[in-house]
Design a binder for this molecule. Structure first.
Ligand code: SAH
Ligand code: SF4
Ligand code: F3S
Length: 478
């Protein structure tokens, strides 16, 4: 079923929102006049890359209204874009709300909005309604585009504005967005997740999978490239299932081939890849591409086939390792990274040994390791046999050690080579140096000036410093 709305409906929604942005802009201009200073706003992001990209959309709308963005929460408008993937993410938000209350008592003009994944949970919204009455606006993951409309509603009323959608089929294109870097940008290719891994809250707070139309994605990237972007990160919870629900289905590999053709675009990254959907077609495209980066984030979560089944990951340890072999054969120098959960309910020492075995066999460049966190509403939360804390801690430490050992062994393997570096910024320690990234994401520092920022330079990786290189600008092409 095609769940995308038609272009006509889409352009109506875009126009409607631009209208609300204009209204808010008039209000903001009056406020600034009254206060005799610019209105400031601060957006605090708590979650993943997708969450961070949503924040760029929020900032785009706020700048259009006339806010000056600042890092400090002593601002006229503070927005928390929340995450709920693990419990400590929620606790962090509650902790900081007390501080915001204090700030608001000092600045009565202050507006506070909460949005993001945590707001998609009914219990959270109930708690905020009851105990955090000073919050002005609450919205969710599906209606970020409505921010100006919600602000207008708050300006017109006295109470808290709450607008949470359970799910949506709507994708609103062509709204403002403000990116952090001039030369690299995130691009959503799909929203939501259909996988329901039994530990994970994301499908409940991000709704069902829906893909953007390829032509909208290409148009956005072309515009970004025209504006100076050379590297893009394609974003989705499971990019490998991109396009399945479109009216004219397109595979992720086909989308990548189209994106590859965009002139001026130099680097393509994507995340996240679910192992169960990673096709041979995609491996071939990665092998033949000149622009897809030499890095693949391939979350394994756990090495035990028994637990993977209970996690509903839909691959076995053997299938995962086979896949890794295929990828390594096709793209020999690829850098692999992963996510691993320790202490999933019922995890035994044998299960954990299987995880260590995968880590040793794959040899990840780096890995994000998480202690299992019980998320109310997910099937795993009801599972018995929760693993005791001290056992988890011990396994977690052993896992980390293994990962670090391998990481250290892998680091420095490109010493002496001349590689392409996308220069990102002036070095924070020494202004005569710049810092950039290799296609496998490893950092390189070398002598250079700010005119290199956003450019790709040929750099000799002179010396390995463990997790980064010190380099020298190489004269010509290798
Ligand atoms: N869509 C991505 C991951 C999104 S969440 C994927 O499928 O790989 C990012 C990571 O958070 C997951 O890969 C997982 O390792 C971790 N995570 C998710 N739920 C968790 C939980 N309940 N406890 C601990 N870690 C969790
Ligand atoms: Fe969560 Fe699994 Fe979906 Fe990733 S694929 S977001 S881990 S349910
Ligand atoms: Fe991302 Fe956290 Fe939501 S990981 S999708 S912000 S729950």
């Amino acid at each position: 079923m095609n769940r995308n709305i038609t272009d006509i409906e889409n352009s109506n929604q875009t126009e409607r929102q631009l209208y609300f942005m204009e209204m808010c802009k008039e209000w903001a201009a009056k406020q600034q006049e009254k206060l005799g200073r610019p209105l400031t706003a601060c957006v605090n992001t708590f979650g993943c890359q997708m969450n961070a990209h949503d924040s760029e959309k929020i900032i785009g709308i706020l700048e259009k209204i006339g806010y000056t963005m600042i890092e400090d929460e002593k601002a006229d408008f503070v927005i928390y874009n929340t995450c709920t993937v693990r419990e400590n993410a929620n606790l962090k938000v509650y902790g900081r709300l007390g501080y915001l209350k204090k700030l608001k008592s000092q600045n009565p003009h202050m507006m506070i909005a909460l949005c993001g994944c945590m707001m998609q949970e009914t219990a959270v919204v109930e708690k905020i309604k009851k105990s955090y009455k000073f919050v002005d606006i609450i919205f969710g993951t599906h209606n970020i585009f409505k921010l100006a409309e919600l602000m207008q509603a708050r300006i017109d009323s006295k109470g808290m504005i709450i607008d949470i959608w359970k799910d949506t089929a709507e994708i609103v294109e062509d709204l403002p967005s403000e990116r952090k870097h001039k030369f690299k940008a995130g691009v959503n290719i799909m929203y939501g997740c259909n996988n329901f891994c039994t530990y994970c809250i994301v499908p409940y707070v991000r709704g069902r999978e829906r893909s953007r139309n390829p032509k909208d994605i290409i148009r956005e990237i072309e515009a970004l490239v025209a504006d100076g972007v050379v590297e893009i990160m394609l974003l989705g919870q499971n990019v490998n299932s991109y396009g399945k629900n479109l009216e004219h289905p397109v595979t992720f590999a086909q989308l990548l081939q189209e994106i590859e053709k965009i002139e001026g675009l130099e680097r393509i990254r994507f995340m996240t890849s679910h192992p169960k959907d990673l096709s041979d077609e995609l491996i071939a495209v990665m092998r033949d591409s000149k622009k897809i980066c030499n890095h693949l984030h391939l979350p394994v979560q756990c090495g035990s086939s028994r637990l993977l089944k209970i996690m509903n990951r839909r691959y076995t340890k053997e299938q995962y390792l086979e896949l890794v072999d295929k990828i390594k054969k096709a793209v020999p120098n690829i850098s692999l990274t992963t996510d691993i959960i320790v202490g999933f309910p019922g995890e035994t020492e044998e299960d954990f040994q299987e995880t260590l075995d995968v880590v040793r066999k794959v040899r990840y460049e780096s890995a994000y390791t998480f202690i299992y966190s019980k998320r109310t509403g997910t099937p795993a939360a009801k599972m018995e046999e929760q693993v005791p804390e001290d056992v988890i801690k011990d396994r977690f430490d052993r896992l980390l050690k293994e990962i670090q050992t391998i990481s250290a062994e892998l680091s420095g393997r490109d010493t002496g080579k001349v590689e392409k570096v996308l220069v990102e910024e002036i070095n924070s320690q020494d202004p005569d140096f710049v810092t950039g990234r290799l296609t496998n994401n490893v950092l390189v520092h070398f002598k250079g000036s700010s005119d290199l920022i956003g450019k790709i330079a040929n750099v000799r990786l002179a010396e390995s410093k463990g997790f980064y290189y010190m380099g020298e600008l190489a004269e010509e092409e290798q």
